[in-house]
Design a protein around this ligand. Structure first.
Ligand SMILES: [Zn+2]
Length: 475
């Protein structure tokens, strides 16, 4: 007999990648069983079988392939396993086998995919029911504003940003790179000290024209290459060619930040607060130090996780007049990365979602949401967008919230999505739409967009452990 691991509640939670699994506790054998548990084990252990074995039999019985790549099914011991099989129904069999272990299943083409419960991913139906319930809470602007204030306040409370703001360096060290000239715009790298010895790095894309310009802040998403990838360079440089000062920034422990902290810091509990702190401090710093900005025309945009951080920036800084979150912020998906949903703000005010939070932060200001048919935003035209339009209609500004949907596209901030955002920002910020020409943009290697290629300055944090000692003092 294989030496099956004795499963405890928390141990299985780790094996399965998180989430409490109350249901399995009653089926488990603990390392120090009580007398009652020992009696149960003696009398019923023969009926317990490893899940992997039972799933293999189910796959053969029903002629399907069952994929459990996200966990090790043979580490799960399931009592009364055979009693749960329904020979006439694959669906019922899988439900009976998997639900007690907090596992879920779905059909993916010809195979069955089994996964641990994911707190951040719900079904489209869940999203529809949630939006319907939320919409029933308010029928006019008065009721909506009462709810919106509650959602904003609770989301800020859940985020717990204050200790991080208190710990921010009052007189930060700033490293500014040389101003590089390109076709119709300039670039300048920056590194801004945030907490003591901790830098956020990014690039400022600026127009060559004089006068006061709109500001566009763009937190990066989780895509490989971070803010160095070509689609972000096209976008930021084109914003500048159109007449805006556009500034981007690394996400925590990504890009140059990864060199300072190591990638593990991106998955730490503090990643979300740190990311919001960075977006806020970069915004404050650039407004404080440049005299060519118009604070009445501030916008933010980002794709995927960058959309979450666009929303979070607007949540903590009410000066943003225009927002363009791209391929994210739906009613049934919260991101799942600690930097996006480690603090569960989407559950604010007794039950919410990022769609409602977007409305609470922005209605009735201009917002463009961009979605596609190839990711979780495929529901946008039928679910989230009508919900948002109804809230904007309370103010007689239904047309101020827009949706550009690309049914045949996948999860990216690609050329068609960028074109939609160029048009929207041109209209809302008074930018020059005729200047949109991505062929004029110089795509530069990652090193050319970094600040510390020659090494880190004295006093710079060089590990997540160093950062965590600073954070411990802030709490
Ligand atoms: Zn993340």
């Amino acid at each position: 007999m294989k030496p099956y691991r004795l499963i405890r509640l928390c141990a299985l939670g780790c094996l399965l990648g998180g989430g409490a699994v109350d249901a399995v506790a009653q089926y488990s054998f603990t390392p120090s069983p009580s007398a009652a548990a020992r009696r149960i084990a003696r009398s019923e252990a023969p009926f317990a079988r490893p899940l992997g074995e039972v799933l293999d039999e189910a796959a053969a019985r029903f002629g399907v392939r069952i994929d459990c790549r996200d966990f090790a099914p043979d580490t799960c011991l399931l009592r009364y396993a055979d009693a749960r099989v329904r020979p006439y129904s694959l669906d019922e069999t899988l439900d009976n086998l998997l639900r007690p272990l907090d596992l879920k299943w779905e059909r993916q083409g010809a195979k069955i995919r089994v996964r641990p419960y994911e707190y951040h991913r719900r079904t489209d139906d869940d999203g529809e029911k949630l939006l319907a319930w939320l919409a029933s809470q308010y029928a006019d602007s008065v009721a909506w504003e009462r709810r919106a204030a509650e959602v904003r306040e609770d989301a800020r409370h859940i985020l717990r940003l204050e200790p991080f703001l208190r710990g921010a360096v009052a007189d930060p060290t700033v490293k500014l790179g040389a101003v590089e000239r390109h076709d119709g715009y300039t670039t300048q790298n920056y590194a801004l000290e945030t907490l003591p010895g901790l830098y956020v790095c990014g690039t400022i894309y600026a127009p060559e024209t004089r006068g006061r310009h709109p500001l566009i802040v763009s937190p990066a998403g989780h895509w490989p290459e971070g803010r160095y990838r070509p689609d972000q360079q096209y976008r930021m440089a084109t914003f500048a060619r159109m007449g805006a000062v556009a500034v981007d920034l690394d996400i925590v422990a990504w890009g140059e930040s990864e060199q300072q902290l190591g990638i593990e810091a991106h998955h730490a509990p503090y990643a979300m607060q740190l990311q919001v702190l960075w977006s806020k401090l970069v915004t404050d710093w650039i407004l404080r130090t440049r005299d060519d900005l118009d604070p009445q025309r501030m916008a933010a945009t980002g794709g995927s996780g960058g959309a979450t951080h666009t929303l979070l920036l607007a949540l903590v800084d009410g000066r943003f007049a225009v927002l363009a979150p791209v391929v994210h912020l739906v009613s049934h998906f919260d991101g799942g990365c600690p930097c996006e949903s480690g603090r569960p703000i989407a559950w604010a005010a007794g039950g919410s979602c990022t769609t409602e939070l977007l409305a609470a932060v922005m209605a009735p200001k201009p917002v463009l949401t961009v979605s596609d048919g190839g990711d979780w935003t495929h529901t946008y035209p039928s679910l989230e967008y009508p919900y948002l339009r109804r809230i904007w209609s309370f103010y007689g500004k239904t047309d101020a919230v827009e949706n550009a949907h690309f049914a045949d596209e996948r999860h990216d901030y690609g050329v068609n999505k960028r074109a939609a955002v160029y048009r929207f920002f041109a209209e809302q910020l008074g930018l020059d739409a005729a200047a949109v020409d991505e062929s004029k943009v110089s795509i530069r290697p990652a090193e050319a967009l970094c600040s510390f290629t020659q090494g880190w300055p004295a006093g710079a944090i060089r590990s997540a452990a160093e950062l965590e000692r600073i954070l411990d003092k802030l709490q």
